[in-house]
Design a protein around this ligand. Structure first.
Ligand SMILES: C[S@@+](CC[C@H](N)C(=O)[O-])C[C@H]1O[C@@H](n2cnc3c(N)ncnc32)[C@H](O)[C@@H]1O
Length: 237
């Protein structure tokens, strides 16, 4: 039987794809790329475009709404799972592509659950990808953790209380999805005296990449969805 592949394509730089990801993407019959806004390009798809053959492969762009409203999300997940399952049961390998790693805050996690429950006979292979976190640390030369340090990864959308608690507890805090709470995060960092240990990264691995450690400059940013912060204790250097 054909297989569903969840392929992590890294943060946006085609050179940061694994060789396995490239091989599977070249061989797959169908590529499914998620988008949250139908009017914007899929970052994952643009990252792998050079490895695809639009003449031979079916390329599907599927919209997953950017919302926490499960009444809108669940139908989008189920629709995507049915669309993939239909093709796999017809003997075609499907690659679901996702930025970074497929098991780190990716829509694929929800699809995986649906597949295990509703299509248990379909084989799934997960190809790990280089996450935006690893890439951001690498471009800035900032260690994520050493020796017995502890690290927390928090989507800022979990709320400021959890962000502040993590900042007070962990040696390194990685904040994802910072856009909606950017002002509050900056204020918390000021109040906790963490201005000099904050790294801001936007669109890492793309031509629009920004890497900023100067706090005043960070405060002047209007981050887009693909941005994160790494806060080290006690300071970056
Ligand atoms: C739904 S999570 C996906 C994480 C992804 N699976 C990974 O492994 O990196 C989306 C968040 O990851 C971060 N992110 C993803 N790609 C990024 C990039 N190229 N540059 C900076 N941050 C990025 C942002 O914080 C964004 O809000």
């Amino acid at each position: 039987m054909a297989t569903v592949y969840a392929v992590g394509v890294g943060p946006g730089d085609p050179e940061l794809l694994t060789r396995k990801a490239e091989r599977i993407l070249r061989q797959a019959d169908v590529i499914l790329a998620p988008v949250s806004n139908p009017h914007e390009a899929s970052v994952a798809l643009e990252t792998v475009r050079e490895f695809l053959d639009a003449g031979r492969q079916e390329i599907i762009i599927h919209q997953f709404p950017m919302t926490s409203d499960r009444s809108k999300l669940v139908p989008a997940w189920q629709e995507a799972a049915a669309l993939i399952a239909g093709r796999v049961l017809a003997g075609r390998d499907v690659a679901f592509i996702t930025i970074g790693d497929p098991l780190l805050y990716s829509t694929f996690i929800y699809l995986l659950r649906i597949f295990r429950e509703s299509y248990p006979l379909i084989g799934i292979e997960i190809v790990p990808g280089i996450s935006s976190i690893n890439t951001s640390a690498a471009v800035a030369g900032v260690p994520l953790a050493e020796a017995d340090e502890r690290i927390a990864i928090i989507p800022a959308t979990a709320g400021m209380e959890r962000v502040i608690e993590a900042l007070a507890t962990y040696d390194t805090v990685v904040l994802l999805k910072i856009k909606p709470l950017f002002g509050e995060i900056l204020e918390a960092l000021r109040q906790m005296g963490r201005e000099r240990s904050t790294l801001f990264v936007e669109r890492v691995g793309s031509p629009r990449q920004k890497v900023i450690t100067d706090f005043t400059e960070i405060t002047l940013q209007t981050p887009d969805y693909l941005s994160l912060m790494i806060i080290r204790r006690p300071c970056l250097s």
